[in-house]
Design a protein around this ligand. Structure first.
Ligand code: NDP
Length: 337
C-alpha cells in the first residue's frame, strides 16, 4: 500500500520535500469493515490549509500522517453487510492506494457509474460549493453582472455556467489566453479576462460596463482589488476561497486598504459572506444533486477534468494547482478501474 504522508510543514509554497512516499502492507479488514482500493484521488486547494498548523475550520494533517483527500474507490474486500465487492464508493481515503472503512461517511455510487470521478468534481464537493455559494449567498438575478475568477477550475466554471442559466452577464477571470478562450467558447461566458495582463483592471472594467452585482470570490489579491471599485450598490460577494494567498507567509506590503474596503461595504450596502460548504450546507446536498444531475445530463453544464496518472505525481500536481498550472478539475488516476 503506497501512501503519501506529510513529512514537514511548508513555509510558503509547498515543495516536494514536504511529502514522503511510504510503502506498507495492504491492511486486512476486520468484521464490519471494508477494504477500499482507490481509483481516483481528488486534489483541491484546501489541502494547502491542512498542511499548515495555523488555526482553521478543520484540524491539520499531523506530521507523518497520510495526506487527506476525497477519493472514489472500489470495494476490494467486504466484511460489512451493506457493501459488496466491486461496488463503487465516494469516500475520504486520502493519498493512498488502499484504506479501511467501517462505512461511515461513504457514499455509494453504484455498480457501474458512467463517470465515477465526476463525484469529486461537478457532481461533488466543488460543484456543491459553486451551487450553494452562488445561489444561496450570491442570489443572481436575470440581467445582472456576475464575475468569477479561477474561471476554468471546477468551482469557477460551474459558478459561471449556473450564472448563465440564471440569465446573468458572466465575466470570468483566468490565468492565460487558453483558459480565457475556453471560458468563452466552451463554457459560454460573455467575456473572460487574463489576470496576468498588465492592464487587467482596465480590461475588467470595460468588460463590466454596468458594474458588478455578484462577485463570487475564489482568489482574493489583485483580482479583488480590481473588482472592489466596480461593485454596485447592493452587490453580493460570496467569499468562497482566497487561493492567491494560500502560500503567503506575510500580509502584503503597502497602504492599509481596510478603510477603503469597509467604506465601500458601508456606502454601497454590500453583503459579503464566507462559507464552508460541508459545515454550512451539508443538509442541502439532495437539492444540489437533483438539480446539478439534471443540468449535467441535459448538457447545460460542461465539465473539464485534468487527469494525472499515478499516485506518485500527487505532490507536484498539488504544487502546480496552487500556481494555476492546472486546467480543469485535477484528479489523480491511482489505479485502473
Ligand atoms: P481550481 O482548480 O480553480 O484551482 C485554483 C485556481 O486558482 C488555479 O488554477 C488558478 O487559476 C487560480 N489562482 C491561483 N493563484 C492565483 C492568483 N494569484 N490569482 C488569481 N488566480 C489564481 O480550484 P477549485 O475550483 O477547486 O477552487 C476554487 C476556490 O474555491 C479555491 O479558493 C478553493 O479554496 C475554494 N473552495 C472553497 C470551498 C468552501 O467550502 N468555501 C470548497 C471548495 C473550494 P487561473 O490560472 O485561472 O488563475
Amino acid at each position: 500500500n503506497r501512501r503519501w504522508v506529510l513529512a514537514s510543514r511548508p513555509h510558503g509554497a509547498p515543495v516536494a520535500d514536504n511529502f514522503r512516499l511510504e510503502e506498507q502492507p495492504i491492511p486486512t479488514p476486520a468484521n464490519g469493515q471494508v477494504l477500499l482500493r482507490t481509483v481516483w484521488l481528488s486534489l483541491d486547494p484546501y489541502m494547502r490549509g491542512r498542511m499548515s498548523d495555523a488555526p482553521s475550520y478543520s484540524p491539520p494533517v499531523e506530521i507523518g500522517a497520510v495526506m487527506v483527500g476525497g477519493t472514489v474507490s472500489r470495494v476490494e474486500t467486504s466484511r460489512h453487510p451493506d457493501y459488496k465487492e466491486g461496488e463503487w464508493v465516494l469516500g475520504y481515503s486520502g493519498w493512498q492506494e488502499y484504506a479501511l472503512s467501517d462505512g461511515q461517511g461513504l457514499v455509494k455510487l453504484g455498480d457501474s457509474p458512467s463517470h465515477p470521478s465526476w463525484a469529486l468534481g461537478v457532481l461533488g464537493m466543488p460543484g456543491f460549493t459553486a451551487y450553494m455559494g452562488l445561489l444561496d449567498i450570491g442570489q443572481p438575478r436575470e440581467g445582472e453582472t456576475l464575475v468569477v475568477a479561477a474561471a476554468t477550475g471546477p468551482v469557477g466554471a460551474t459558478v459561471g455556467q449556473i450564472g448563465k442559466i440564471k440569465g446573468c452577464r458572466v465575466v470570468g477571470v483566468a490565468g492565460g489566453e487558453e483558459k480565457c478562450r475556453h471560458a468563452v467558447e466552451v463554457l459560454g461566458f460573455d467575456a473572460c479576462i487574463d489576470h496576468h495582463a498588465d492592464d487587467f483592471a482596465e480590461q475588467l472594467a470595460s468588460a463590466c460596463p454596468q458594474g458588478i452585482d455578484v462577485y463570487y470570490e475564489n482568489v482574493g489579491g489583485k483580482v479583488f482589488d480590481a473588482v472592489l471599485p466596480l461593485l454596485n450598490t447592493s452587490a453580493r460577494v460570496p467569499v468562497c476561497g482566497l487561493v492567491s494567498g494560500y502560500n503567503a507567509t506575510n500580509l502584503p506590503d503597502g497602504p492599509d486598504r481596510l478603510p477603503l474596503l469597509m467604506g465601500t461595504i458601508l456606502k454601497k450596502r454590500i453583503r459579503m459572506q464566507g462559507f464552508i460548504i460541508a459545515q454550512d450546507y451539508g443538509h442541502r446536498i439532495d437539492e444540489f444533486q437533483q438539480e446539478m444531475g439534471r443540468w449535467v445530463k441535459e448538457g447545460k453544464i460542461h465539465y473539464r477534468e485534468q487527469v494525472i496518472e499515478g499516485l506518485e505525481a500527487a505532490p507536484d500536481a498539488l504544487i502546480g494547482l496552487l500556481e494555476g498550472k492546472n486546467f480543469g478539475k485535477v484528479v489523480i488516476r491511482v489505479a485502473a478501474d
